[in-house]
Design a protein around this ligand. Structure first.
Ligand code: PBG
Ligand code: ZN
Length: 332
């Protein structure tokens, strides 16, 4: 390898067009998945305070939003539901006329060219806010898995295109795959939240989904933030159990995990830029401390550079607008 002065790294950085030519990572609209929060009622479009630009929407409003998302060229949404009432066993999660089931049917009937992903977990539906059924203060694994499989099937029956279990119970991917196949949904992919950490970055989401646990925390099922090798084991298990797409969550503080998962397995890999990551960038931008658009794009490109093929992000619409603008500049 030649040394300075033969080698000059800056040669490729002077001309913006040359910089464009040598750029390694380009964020596309196809990389984006937009999370949405559905609530009961009509004409509801209620801002979520800790997440500027994100709203609680009733199904009628959600349909219009989904049309807009599809028109922007974003291929997919992921739905989170806030049920009208919660109980000990989260029965709203697997009710045929539950909030998500109704939303999916309505979107599928009214919006073309949009992939509808549903988040499968119990915490939005249980009165105690835990991700499964309890015995005392213990979250029961195997009993919860049965309910998650029911929830997944009910989402598929409503028309969901991809099922995304976010609960981190053991054995749930296999149970969900078997139930989906048994009910005739053998071609519905599973996007598994495979390496999901017990993270402080979920704060704004728990306010938005009204899913803060009434006691304790999620450390008995979500991963310890200090562990990397364990993520590889988690992902390997989910792949063996039938996951088609594996997810790492959160994203920005876990780029090493995204990188390792993609390198090791080569499966379609998703990363969830979670509510706290979004809120931090928004808050700093609102204070004028950072250039919000620039940091948004930087954070997304970094997640893709690490190895993510798709990014679940509350920035999806804003990023798509910028991508659309750039494309039209380049094309015309
Ligand atoms: C449900 C779920 C959570 C998120 C996605 N699915 C919250 C949690 O595990 O407490 C977090 C998403 C976000 O913070 O944007 N289990
Ligand atoms: Zn949960």
């Amino acid at each position: 390898m030649a040394d300075f002065p033969i080698k000059r790294h800056r040669r490729l950085r002077y001309n913006p067009l040359v910089r464009d030519m040598v750029r390694e990572t380009i964020l596309n609209k196809n990389d984006l998945i937009y999370p949405l929060f559905v609530v009961p009622g009509e004409k509801i479009n209620r801002p979520i305070k800790s997440m500027p630009g994100v709203y609680h929407k009733s199904v009628d409003v959600l349909i219009e939003e989904c049309k807009e998302i599809a028109a922007l060229g974003i291929p997919a949404v992921i739905l989170f539901g806030i049920p009208p009432k919660k109980d000990e066993v989260g029965s709203g999660a697997y009710a045929a006329d539950g909030i998500i089931q109704n939303a999916v049917r309505a979107i599928k009937a009214n919006v073309k060219n949009l992939v509808v992903i549903t988040d499968v977990c119990m915490c939005e539906y249980t009165s105690h806010g835990h991700c499964g059924v309890l015995n005392g203060e213990e979250i029961l694994n195997d009993e919860t898995v049965q309910l998650l499989a029911k929830e997944a099937v009910s989402h598929a029956e409503a028309g969901a295109d991809i099922i995304a279990p976010s609960d981190m119970m053991d054995g749930r991917i296999y149970a969900i795959r078997k139930s989906l196949d048994y009910k005739g949904f053998k071609n519905i992919p599973i996007m598994s939240y495979a390496a999901k950490y017990a993270s402080g970055y979920y704060g704004p989401f728990r306010e938005a989904a009204e899913s803060t646990p009434s006691f304790g925390d999620r450390r008995s099922h979500q991963m310890d933030v200090a562990n990397g090798n364990e993520a590889i084991i988690e992902v390997a298990t989910d792949i063996e159990e039938g996951a088609d797409i594996v997810m790492v969550k959160p994203a920005g503080a876990y780029l090493d995990i995204i990188y390792r998962v993609k390198q090791k397995f080569g499966l379609p890999t998703a990363a969830f830029q979670v509510s706290g990551e979004f809120a931090m960038i928004k808050a700093a931008a609102q204070n004028g401390w950072i250039d919000g658009e620039r940091v948004m794009m930087e954070s997304l490109v970094a997640i893709k550079r690490a190895g993510a093929d798709m990014i679940l992000t509350y920035f999806a619409k804003e990023a798509a607008l910028i991508i659309n603008g750039k494309l039209s500049m380049v094309n015309g």
